[in-house]
Design a binder for this molecule. Structure first.
Ligand SMILES: [Zn+2]
Length: 217
């Protein structure tokens, strides 16, 4: 019998061919890394708020319209791919996902969520255990904007409805992540730089005030 490769686990592997136990295998598949935990809406919320503030401060910037247009272009291309039998199964699955998102969510909400995720990643890289984990979390947060990826199931034991999430295969998820990164990654990291600059300015002002206070006689 082999034991799971994840740190401090020791459970038997799910099969002779798997390096991980069932729990860690599932987490690798769903979260992108055996130790990655899901990014919650509440965790992302402060970054979403800062992206919205930045948009409000620069209401006349053409950037936001360009980003909306990038999503629109992705959705148009996805419509072609979704019906194209020549593409791989994963490419078609990823394309269907983009088409569904486009039908349910506004381009702006998708852009804001993606930008916020890049800002989060830039400020707290340790929260993401690998690039793959970041990409899957990015896709998960964007998918959470739509209701189509989930449905309700009645849990008889708990006597209540619970939300179940339709899985997107990790390979298709990676394709959606690549598209989101191409569309919003550069802008997201630039916004993160602006945030950093603002923080540093604020800190410099606080330091100057403290210094001046110390010098009072
Ligand atoms: Zn394990």
């Amino acid at each position: 019998m082999r034991t799971c490769r994840a740190a401090h686990c020791g459970a038997p592997t799910s099969s002779r061919f798997s390096p991980h136990c069932r729990r860690h295998k599932s987490r690798l598949r769903r979260q992108g890394d055996v130790e990655q935990t899901a990014i919650r809406r509440s965790e992302l919320a402060p970054y979403v708020a800062r992206v919205r503030e930045r948009i409000a401060k620069n209401a006349h910037s053409p950037l936001w319209g360009h980003l909306d247009a990038r999503w629109a272009a992705l959705a148009i291309s996805a419509k072609d791919t979704a019906s194209n039998r020549v593409q791989s199964r994963y490419q078609r699955q990823a394309a269907h996902e983009v088409v569904n998102l486009d039908a349910e969510c506004s381009a702006r909400d998708i852009a804001i969520t993606a930008l916020a995720m890049f800002m989060f990643w830039s400020e707290r890289p340790e929260r993401f255990l690998s690039d793959a984990a970041f990409r899957l979390q990015l896709v998960k947060r964007v998918r959470a904007l739509s209701s189509r990826h989930s449905g309700l199931r009645y849990d008889h034991r708990a006597s209540k409805q619970e939300r179940v999430y339709r899985e997107l295969s990790p390979k298709a998820g990676m394709i959606v992540a690549r598209d989101l990164t191409a569309a919003f990654g550069g802008a997201g990291l630039q916004l993160a730089e602006l945030e950093k600059r603002d923080q540093e300015r604020k800190q410099a002002m606080t330091d100057e005030i403290n210094q001046a206070l110390r010098e009072l006689v």
